[in-house]
Design a protein around this ligand. Structure first.
Ligand SMILES: CC(C)(COP(=O)(O)OP(=O)(O)OC[C@H]1O[C@@H](n2cnc3c(N)ncnc32)[C@H](O)[C@@H]1OP(=O)(O)O)[C@@H](O)C(=O)NCCC(=O)NCCS
Length: 170
Protein backbone atom coordinates (compact mmCIF):
# COMPACT_ATOMS: atom_id res chain seq x y z
CA UNK A 1 0.00 0.00 0.00
CA UNK A 2 1.26 3.50 -0.79
CA UNK A 3 2.72 5.61 2.03
CA UNK A 4 2.63 9.39 1.64
CA UNK A 5 3.69 12.24 3.91
CA UNK A 6 1.65 15.35 3.26
CA UNK A 7 -0.02 18.38 4.84
CA UNK A 8 -3.19 17.58 6.75
CA UNK A 9 -6.46 19.10 5.53
CA UNK A 10 -9.96 19.38 6.96
CA UNK A 11 -10.90 16.29 4.94
CA UNK A 12 -8.61 14.24 7.23
CA UNK A 13 -10.61 15.11 10.36
CA UNK A 14 -12.49 11.78 10.62
CA UNK A 15 -9.21 9.82 10.51
CA UNK A 16 -7.57 12.10 13.08
CA UNK A 17 -10.55 11.94 15.43
CA UNK A 18 -10.42 8.16 15.18
CA UNK A 19 -6.73 8.18 16.19
CA UNK A 20 -7.60 10.43 19.14
CA UNK A 21 -10.46 8.18 20.19
CA UNK A 22 -7.97 5.33 20.46
CA UNK A 23 -5.33 7.41 22.28
CA UNK A 24 -5.09 7.71 26.08
CA UNK A 25 -8.45 5.95 26.41
CA UNK A 26 -10.11 8.82 24.58
CA UNK A 27 -8.71 11.52 26.90
CA UNK A 28 -6.86 13.27 24.12
CA UNK A 29 -7.00 17.06 23.79
CA UNK A 30 -6.50 16.98 20.01
CA UNK A 31 -10.23 17.06 19.13
CA UNK A 32 -10.52 20.32 21.13
CA UNK A 33 -7.82 22.11 19.14
CA UNK A 34 -7.92 20.42 15.74
CA UNK A 35 -10.20 23.00 14.05
CA UNK A 36 -8.02 25.84 15.35
CA UNK A 37 -4.84 24.19 14.06
CA UNK A 38 -6.40 23.49 10.65
CA UNK A 39 -7.26 27.14 10.07
CA UNK A 40 -4.22 28.65 11.78
CA UNK A 41 -1.69 29.89 9.23
CA UNK A 42 1.09 29.43 11.82
CA UNK A 43 0.29 25.74 12.25
CA UNK A 44 1.93 23.33 9.84
CA UNK A 45 0.23 20.01 10.33
CA UNK A 46 1.66 16.96 8.60
CA UNK A 47 0.45 13.40 8.42
CA UNK A 48 1.28 9.97 7.10
CA UNK A 49 -1.29 8.61 4.68
CA UNK A 50 -1.48 4.89 4.04
CA UNK A 51 -3.89 3.89 1.31
CA UNK A 52 -6.98 6.02 1.87
CA UNK A 53 -6.32 6.87 5.51
CA UNK A 54 -4.26 9.23 7.61
CA UNK A 55 -2.59 7.04 10.24
CA UNK A 56 -0.23 9.51 11.93
CA UNK A 57 -0.19 13.28 12.49
CA UNK A 58 1.92 16.01 14.10
CA UNK A 59 1.77 19.80 14.23
CA UNK A 60 4.48 22.44 14.12
CA UNK A 61 3.17 25.75 15.46
CA UNK A 62 5.25 28.83 14.80
CA UNK A 63 5.25 31.12 17.82
CA UNK A 64 7.26 34.02 19.29
CA UNK A 65 7.24 36.11 16.10
CA UNK A 66 8.53 33.30 13.94
CA UNK A 67 11.43 32.39 16.21
CA UNK A 68 10.20 29.19 17.86
CA UNK A 69 8.57 26.07 16.50
CA UNK A 70 6.33 24.33 19.02
CA UNK A 71 5.97 20.65 18.16
CA UNK A 72 2.73 19.12 19.35
CA UNK A 73 -0.01 16.61 18.70
CA UNK A 74 2.18 13.72 17.57
CA UNK A 75 -0.16 10.77 17.26
CA UNK A 76 0.08 7.42 15.52
CA UNK A 77 -2.89 5.08 15.11
CA UNK A 78 -2.38 2.08 17.44
CA UNK A 79 -2.48 -0.35 14.49
CA UNK A 80 0.46 1.44 12.88
CA UNK A 81 2.81 2.05 15.81
CA UNK A 82 6.43 0.95 15.96
CA UNK A 83 6.83 1.22 12.20
CA UNK A 84 8.81 4.46 12.25
CA UNK A 85 5.99 6.88 11.35
CA UNK A 86 6.52 9.12 14.40
CA UNK A 87 10.19 9.15 13.51
CA UNK A 88 9.43 10.24 9.94
CA UNK A 89 7.04 12.98 11.10
CA UNK A 90 9.52 14.28 13.67
CA UNK A 91 12.12 14.55 10.91
CA UNK A 92 9.58 16.30 8.66
CA UNK A 93 8.82 18.94 11.33
CA UNK A 94 12.53 19.52 11.88
CA UNK A 95 13.02 20.07 8.14
CA UNK A 96 10.02 22.41 8.04
CA UNK A 97 11.57 24.34 10.95
CA UNK A 98 14.82 24.65 9.02
CA UNK A 99 13.02 25.91 5.92
CA UNK A 100 11.22 28.49 8.02
CA UNK A 101 14.56 29.56 9.55
CA UNK A 102 13.27 28.99 13.07
CA UNK A 103 15.79 29.65 15.81
CA UNK A 104 14.62 26.82 18.01
CA UNK A 105 12.25 23.88 18.29
CA UNK A 106 10.59 22.89 21.54
CA UNK A 107 8.22 20.26 22.83
CA UNK A 108 7.15 18.68 26.06
CA UNK A 109 6.31 15.10 26.75
CA UNK A 110 5.62 12.92 29.76
CA UNK A 111 8.84 11.80 31.44
CA UNK A 112 7.64 8.20 31.20
CA UNK A 113 6.69 8.42 27.50
CA UNK A 114 9.54 6.21 26.32
CA UNK A 115 8.85 6.53 22.59
CA UNK A 116 8.63 10.30 22.75
CA UNK A 117 11.79 10.63 24.84
CA UNK A 118 13.57 8.27 22.45
CA UNK A 119 12.48 10.43 19.49
CA UNK A 120 13.85 13.55 21.16
CA UNK A 121 17.22 11.95 21.86
CA UNK A 122 17.43 10.38 18.41
CA UNK A 123 16.82 13.70 16.66
CA UNK A 124 19.37 15.62 18.73
CA UNK A 125 17.06 17.38 21.20
CA UNK A 126 18.38 18.26 24.63
CA UNK A 127 16.35 17.94 27.81
CA UNK A 128 16.07 21.50 29.13
CA UNK A 129 14.10 20.96 32.30
CA UNK A 130 11.35 19.00 33.97
CA UNK A 131 8.00 20.53 34.80
CA UNK A 132 4.88 19.54 36.65
CA UNK A 133 1.94 20.17 34.35
CA UNK A 134 -1.43 20.87 35.83
CA UNK A 135 -4.35 19.80 33.68
CA UNK A 136 -7.67 21.54 34.09
CA UNK A 137 -10.77 21.33 31.90
CA UNK A 138 -11.74 24.52 30.08
CA UNK A 139 -15.51 24.30 29.85
CA UNK A 140 -16.95 26.91 27.48
CA UNK A 141 -19.76 27.35 29.96
CA UNK A 142 -19.36 27.01 33.72
CA UNK A 143 -21.25 23.88 34.75
CA UNK A 144 -24.20 24.38 37.05
CA UNK A 145 -23.21 23.39 40.57
CA UNK A 146 -25.51 21.69 43.02
CA UNK A 147 -24.97 23.52 46.29
CA UNK A 148 -25.47 20.42 48.43
CA UNK A 149 -22.53 18.70 46.70
CA UNK A 150 -19.44 18.51 48.84
CA UNK A 151 -16.72 20.44 47.14
CA UNK A 152 -13.24 19.52 48.16
CA UNK A 153 -9.90 20.87 47.15
CA UNK A 154 -8.27 18.68 44.50
CA UNK A 155 -5.00 17.10 45.39
CA UNK A 156 -2.33 18.43 43.02
CA UNK A 157 -1.17 14.86 42.37
CA UNK A 158 -4.58 14.07 40.91
CA UNK A 159 -4.18 16.63 38.18
CA UNK A 160 -0.47 16.80 37.63
CA UNK A 161 1.81 14.98 35.22
CA UNK A 162 5.54 15.33 35.01
CA UNK A 163 6.81 16.44 31.66
CA UNK A 164 10.21 17.26 30.33
CA UNK A 165 10.78 20.17 27.96
CA UNK A 166 13.03 19.28 25.01
CA UNK A 167 14.88 21.76 22.85
CA UNK A 168 16.63 21.69 19.48
CA UNK A 169 18.54 24.77 18.38
CA UNK A 170 19.69 24.25 14.78
C1 LIG B 1 4.52 8.05 20.85
C2 LIG B 1 4.09 7.61 19.47
C3 LIG B 1 3.76 8.85 18.64
C4 LIG B 1 5.23 6.82 18.80
O1 LIG B 1 4.83 6.49 17.49
P1 LIG B 1 5.51 5.29 16.65
O2 LIG B 1 5.21 5.51 15.22
O3 LIG B 1 5.11 3.99 17.24
O4 LIG B 1 7.07 5.54 16.92
P2 LIG B 1 8.25 5.04 15.99
O5 LIG B 1 7.92 3.70 15.41
O6 LIG B 1 8.59 6.10 15.01
O7 LIG B 1 9.41 4.85 17.03
C5 LIG B 1 10.24 5.91 17.46
C6 LIG B 1 11.24 5.38 18.49
O8 LIG B 1 10.56 5.10 19.71
C7 LIG B 1 10.69 3.73 20.06
N1 LIG B 1 9.39 3.29 20.60
C8 LIG B 1 8.21 3.33 19.95
N2 LIG B 1 7.24 2.91 20.77
C9 LIG B 1 7.84 2.59 21.94
C10 LIG B 1 7.34 2.09 23.17
N3 LIG B 1 6.05 1.82 23.36
N4 LIG B 1 8.23 1.90 24.17
C11 LIG B 1 9.56 2.18 24.01
N5 LIG B 1 10.08 2.68 22.85
C12 LIG B 1 9.22 2.86 21.83
C13 LIG B 1 11.02 3.01 18.77
O9 LIG B 1 11.73 1.81 19.01
C14 LIG B 1 11.87 4.06 18.07
O10 LIG B 1 13.19 4.08 18.56
P3 LIG B 1 14.40 3.38 17.73
O11 LIG B 1 14.44 4.07 16.41
O12 LIG B 1 15.60 3.61 18.58
O13 LIG B 1 14.05 1.93 17.58
C15 LIG B 1 2.83 6.66 19.55
O14 LIG B 1 3.13 5.61 20.44
C16 LIG B 1 1.59 7.38 20.02
O15 LIG B 1 0.82 7.93 19.21
N6 LIG B 1 1.36 7.38 21.35
C17 LIG B 1 0.21 8.07 21.95
C18 LIG B 1 0.35 9.58 21.84
C19 LIG B 1 1.69 10.09 22.36
O16 LIG B 1 2.22 9.62 23.36
N7 LIG B 1 2.20 11.11 21.64
C20 LIG B 1 3.42 11.80 22.00
C21 LIG B 1 3.13 12.69 23.15
S1 LIG B 1 4.00 14.14 23.11
Amino acid sequence: MSVRIRRVTAADKPDILEISRLTWEGHDYLPLVLDDWLCDENSKMYGVQIGEHMVAVANLRVIENGKTGWMEGLRVHPDHRRKGYADVLTQKLIEEGEQLHLERLRYTTGIDNEASVRLAEKHGFTRLFEVGVLFAPRPRKTPKMDTHVNIREADAAEKTEHHSLWGFDP
